[in-house]
Design a protein around this ligand. Structure first.
Ligand code: ADP
Ligand code: MG
Length: 391
């Protein structure tokens, strides 16, 4: 689908209402990680260079439509000013005259949108009130695009709307990975449970050429084929669903890659005694916690022959050594191929990003999405309301 970018708009003398994600971690009143603020710099700078004024709109935490003083964006404003290197004025929910009084390169930061119950209800009245504050709407919060809220959906229909730099970059990367990808495409899906990723698996089997299933969810697939997985994390009630996914893949000509060897242990703790076994050899009192070297070798061979990779979910219980081995090895291979320009690699998901960082591979991936839920819904093939409203 097509969406406008900052390049398609005339910002000269205009006020831009920019929806951003600055939901940063805060400990004892101090912002501990400013990454999310850093990522909005290109959009803010670009609008100002084009002669526009910037009014930032954001949420913080989950105040559920009520004023919760600890969640006021007033506390975040100094960090935003620091990172942007611009004067930032926080504006309370009355909005008042602040907009009319903006001066020079001053940036306004509106109070936490979720203090207003209309935000999460996608309320037309609240969207209208926001819309009166600006001339152009810019959405730079891909991570909030899977939710139809007043500041992500309704408002986009009231003003000329476009994607910010960060949003455009993210949409471009995702489009390249699953929209119109270079083939063959490999998807790696791992993590804890099949139940949280059913829609994702269902969508991918119809779109990719090879689907690696790893992590705890691989156990459910092994069990569905009649294999005893001992004490492993496994959703036995999803056996039928797992078989349906395998059937759908076969019809679609998608190769499913399941563990060819498994790493098992009796305890889930660092340095626990572990052994590598055939997939059907898990002892009754043991757990499968990672894929083995034969599996990794086959995954890496598949990556060598691929042009595009999408990855969500670690291949094993990566938080604890040595069960991070398969994830690390496959991540290193993907990073090496990406760096050499042979592979387009896109990854996302909270634990996935942590695992790829831990593996030292994240920097060489083509694109790492930090959008969490929005990234997963996109992998599920769903239309994101905040993106659709820009079209
Ligand atoms: P993401 O946040 O990237 O979407 P998930 O939350 O689905 O990923 O999965 C990550 C979790 O899956 C991690 O906590 C990891 O320990 C767990 N996991 C992976 N493999 C196994 C396994 N074999 N047994 C138990 N837990 C596993
Ligand atoms: Mg997770």
């Amino acid at each position: 689908m097509a969406w406008k970018t900052l390049d398609d708009m005339d910002f000269a003398g205009k006020r831009a209402l920019v929806r951003v994600d600055i939901n940063v971690p805060v400990e004892d009143g101090v912002v501990t990680d400013t990454t999310r603020i850093e990522r909005i710099i290109p959009t803010v700078d670009d609008i100002q260079e084009k002669g526009g004024k910037v009014i930032l709109m954001a949420h913080f935490g989950r105040p559920k439509g009520q004023v919760v003083p600890e969640m006021s964006l007033e506390h975040i404003a100094p960090a935003v000013a620091d990172v942007l290197g611009l004067p930032v004025t926080w504006v309370n929910s009355d909005y008042g005259d602040a907009v009319a009084e903006m001066e020079g390169d001053e940036v306004l930061l509106l109070e936490n949108l979720r203090f207003n119950p209309g935000e999460e209800k996608n309320d037309a009245g609240f969207a209208k009130r926001l819309a009166t504050l600006g001339d152009i709407y810019v959405n730079d919060a891909f991570s909030a695009a899977h939710r139809a809220h007043a500041s992500t959906e309704a408002i986009a229909r009231l003003l000329p709307a476009c994607a910010g730099r960060l949003m455009a970059e993210e949409l471009g990367a995702l489009e390249k990975a699953l929209g119109t990808p270079e083939r063959p495409v490999v998807a790696v899906v791992g993590g804890a449970k099949v139940s949280t990723k059913l829609d994702l698996l269902g969508n991918l089997v119809g779109k990719v050429d090879h689907l690696v299933i790893g992590g705890g969810m691989a156990n459910t697939f092994l069990a569905a084929q009649g294999i005893d997985v001992g004490k492993s994390l496994c959703e036995h009630d999803l056996a039928e669903t797992a078989r349906e996914i395998l059937g759908k893949a076969e019809t679609a000509g998608c190769e499913i890659i399941l563990p060819r060897d498994i790493v098992v242990a009796r305890e889930f703790k660092a340095g626990a005694e572990s052994e590598t076994l055939a997939p059907d050899a898990c002892p009754a009192d043991a757990m499968i916690l990672d894929a083995g070297p034969a599996t990794v070798a086959y995954i890496n061979e598949t990556l060598e022959g691929a042009k595009t990779l999408v990855w969500n979910g670690p291949l094993g219980a990566f938080e604890i050594e040595p069960f991070d081995a398969a994830t690390n090895a496959a991540a290193a291979k993907a990073a090496e191929l990406s760096k050499a320009g042979k592979l387009i690699s896109v990854a996302g998901g909270g634990d996935t990003v942590a695992a790829l960082n831990q593996a030292g591979a994240a920097d060489d991936f083509t694109y790492i999405s930090t959008a969490g839920g929005a990234f997963l819904e996109w992998m599920e093939g769903k239309e994101l309301p905040g993106v659709a409203a820009l079209g």
